[in-house]
Every structure is written in C-alpha cells, then in structure tokens.
Design a protein around this ligand. Structure first.
Ligand SMILES: *[C@@H]1O[C@H](CO)[C@@H](O)[C@H](O)[C@H]1NC(C)=O
Ligand SMILES: *[C@@H]1O[C@H](CO)[C@@H](O)[C@H](O)[C@H]1NC(C)=O
Ligand SMILES: *[C@@H]1O[C@H](CO)[C@@H](O)[C@H](O)[C@H]1NC(C)=O
Length: 381
C-alpha cells in the first residue's frame, strides 16, 4: 500500500515546523497570529461555501499540490520557479525521482511527466538501424498477449506499407501478476515491447501516453509521423499511409484523428471517465482527438513532454494531449476525410472496411477475421 499524502506527510511536516518555531520566541507570536488568521479564514470559507464537504476536500487537495510543488521546488536550479497555482515550471528537462502520489477519495493521481519513470525494455535499436516513416505505438496491458499477437498477424505484419517503413511497438507498464521473463522472451522474439516502471492501470493511462511521447522523443526522433492506437482497433494501415502522403499534410505541429469539440468533463462519480473539478476545473475540454487512434507529426512528442511539466495531470489521456496542444498554442486538425476515423460499428462490411482508417472492435478474433477477409483477392466494393 502506498503512502498517502493527504493523510500522512503534510500534517507531519506542519508539526516539524511548529516545533521549530517554538524554539524561537520571535516567531512564536507571528505563528500564533498566522494560526488565528488561518482559523478565521477556515471558518469564513466553510460558512460561505454552499457545500462544506466539497470545500474541505478542495482545501485538502490544494494542500497536496502545495506539498508536491514544495518537494520538487529547487531554488538552486536557474529558471526553476513555482507558479502561484502550484505548478512547477522548468526550462530544462530535469530528471526527478518519482513524485509522491496524490490521493483523492481512493484514486491516486500522478504527475504525468514521463521522466519520473524508467524504461525496463526500450528497444533502442528500432530507430537506430532504420528511419521509419510512421511508428505505431500501442498501449496494451502486460498480460494481453492475444491482442499483441492479433496485431502482429494483421496491421503490424508488413513493415513496408505503400513503399514506406512502418513500425509497431507495444507499450506496457508494470503489472503484478505478469511474469517478467515471459515478457522478455516475447520481446526477444519480436523486438517490439516497450516497458516502463509505472503501474499499468486504467487511471495511469495518461502516464502511459506520456511515456510513449518520451520514447518517441528520446529513442525515435527521426521518424516522420507517429500514431497512438489502442489495441482493440481495426487499422487500415494502407489508407493511413496514403492519407499521410497526401500533398498538403503538414510535416510539423500536426495532430489528427476523430476530433472532439467542447466535450463536457464528466462529473458523475460512477463514470470511468470521472474527473473531479479539483483536477480539471473547466466545464469543457479543449479540442482533442479521440484516444482510440490519433496521428501526429513526430516533432510534437518533445513539445508534449516539455509542456507536460506545467500542466496539472488528470486521468483522461486524450484530453490531456488536447491540453498540451492548447498550451503550445496549437490545435488538432481535421483529417482530409473525417469519415475515415470511425469509432463503433455494428456489422462488418468489406467495402466499408476497405475505405476507412480506424474502427473500434469487440475482440482480437474480430481483428483477425476482418483483416483476413479484407485481404482476400478480389474487389472490395
Ligand atoms: C508488403 O507490402 C508490399 C507493398 O506495400 C508488398 O509488395 C509485399 O508483398 C508485402 N509483403 C507481405 C509479406 O505481405
Ligand atoms: C500509477 O503509477 C504509479 C507509479 O507506478 C503508482 O504508484 C500508482 O499507484 C499508480 N496509480 C494508479 C491509480 O494505479
Ligand atoms: C520547454 O518549455 C519551456 C517553458 O515551459 C520553454 O521556455 C522552452 O522553450 C521549451 N523547450 C522546448 C524544447 O520546447
């Protein structure tokens, strides 16, 4: 069980401070005055708030953030300063140790900055030997070998697509029950696993996405484009490469996919997409591309990694990338044919699948079946 910040460390730190102050009579008076003032503010705040409980929670959370930025604040590093809103701004990429978890109602949120985590497997040679045109980065649960094998048999099978080099890599975190040796074996067979040492959970998907961005920045900067694509997707890889080679497709600052405009932040606590106001106060997300599959020029990952240091983490990875874009003064672009990025689908239709780029599927078996059918000789439509 992890140490919690809200319950443990902050009050402890306060106690240490109190003891130190009591040794100095000059501080004693000021401290008492401060305490009195804080008490007045606390009572005032409670009285003014329409919901005393949520106010108290917000207070606690801000405490966590203050505590977090205090621990990372480094006066000795030039250009390192704490923003009034408790975010830390840094000019240079700086390796830090893992940040303390911030706990809110049993959910832990982490700084999304990926350099707090370390690669266990990173396949550095992939982009050293060759320069891919496109790198497909697939977040997948460590134990989901079936999904990886289905992808290896289908859209990742042929590394030459429309005359361009395409590479597919699977991105995993740590997961308790999975045999590390088995993963190493799988990797020595396929050389396509990227693993980092954060725990692989649904609420940590933003970390996973940022680890993808870190890998692209540090291990594959020469690729032209990259795509983050979920493991339950049908990908018509030929159509994607054809789209990216169209004249007029930007080579820089380009992010495309299924665009989401003015999406409201889900405040229902039962939803798997629940985000508390404390994490993300605006009622709507900035424009973003749906997480099932978004494509970007490979200059962006460096910028995302850098800017993530100053964006408060929240657990919706695709909207988080939308925030990074907004902060960079950029915006996602509609694909040349928006109807090619499809989400749910009811029936397989060969003609339809020959025209699209993405579809969400129900199983890995569907992927293999539809792919096999699509690749049969003969006209699709
Ligand atoms: C891979 O695709 C290329 C065309 O892009 C084709 O010439 C080649 O036969 C394919 N290889 C396999 C193993 O399917
Ligand atoms: C996210 O990953 C960190 C680092 O491994 C871990 O401490 C934390 O428990 C994870 N959070 C969740 C919600 O799974
Ligand atoms: C990283 O971000 C800082 C501001 O947070 C900015 O000044 C700097 O130019 C950025 N560096 C890169 C390489 O984008």
């Amino acid at each position: 069980m992890e140490e919690t910040v809200s319950g443990g460390n902050a009050p402890k730190r306060q106690l240490v401070e109190i003891q130190r102050c009591q040794k100095k009579p000059a501080f004693h008076f000021w401290f008492k005055l401060l305490l009195l003032l804080s008490l007045i503010f606390l009572v005032l705040g409670l009285a003014l708030s329409d919901n005393a409980l949520s106010w108290w929670e917000r207070f606690k959370l801000q405490g966590d953030y203050r505590w977090f930025s205090n621990t990372t604040y480094r006066a000795d590093i030039p250009g390192y300063r704490a923003h009034p809103k408790h975010t830390v701004v840094q000019n240079e990429i700086h390796e830090t140790t893992e940040p303390p978890p911030v706990r809110l109602k049993g959910i832990q949120y982490h700084q999304a900055y990926p350099r707090n985590y370390q690669f266990i497997m990173d396949n550095t040679e992939v982009c050293k030997k060759e320069t891919p045109f496109l790198v497909l980065m697939v977040p997948v649960a460590p134990n989901n070998v079936a999904a990886r094998d289905a992808i290896r048999q289908t859209w990742a099978k042929n590394s030459t697509v429309q005359g361009e080099l395409v590479r597919t890599l699977f991105v995993l975190g740590l997961s308790g029950g999975v045999d590390a040796d088995k993963l190493k074996q799988e990797n020595s067979l396929h050389h396509d696993l990227i693993q980092s040492d954060f725990s692989d959970t649904y609420l940590n998907l933003t970390i996973k996405t940022m680890v993808i961005m870190d890998w692209l920045t540090t291990r594959c900067p020469t690729a032209a484009y990259a795509m983050k694509i979920d493991s339950d997707m049908f990908l018509n890889i030929d159509n994607l490469v054809i789209m990216l080679k169209k004249p007029g497709i930007p080579k820089l600052n380009y992010l495309t996919g299924m665009l989401m405009w003015d999406r409201p932040v889900i405040r229902s606590k039962d939803s798997k997409w629940y985000v508390p106001e404390e994490m993300f106060p605006d009622p709507n997300y900035p424009t973003y591309t749906l997480g099932m599959g978004y494509v970007f020029s490979n200059d962006l990952p460096t910028k995302f990694v850098n800017v993530s240091k100053s964006i408060k983490p929240f657990n919706i990875e695709d909207a988080y990338i939308g925030m990074c874009m907004k902060k960079l003064g950029l915006s996602p672009t509609s694909p040349p044919d928006p109807s090619q990025f499809k989400a749910y689908n009811t029936n397989y239709n060969r003609c339809e699948y020959s025209k699209i780029i993405t579809y969400i599927l129900a199983s890995s078996q569907e992927l293999v079946n539809y792919w096999t059918d699509l690749k049969k000789p003969g006209k699709a439509c």
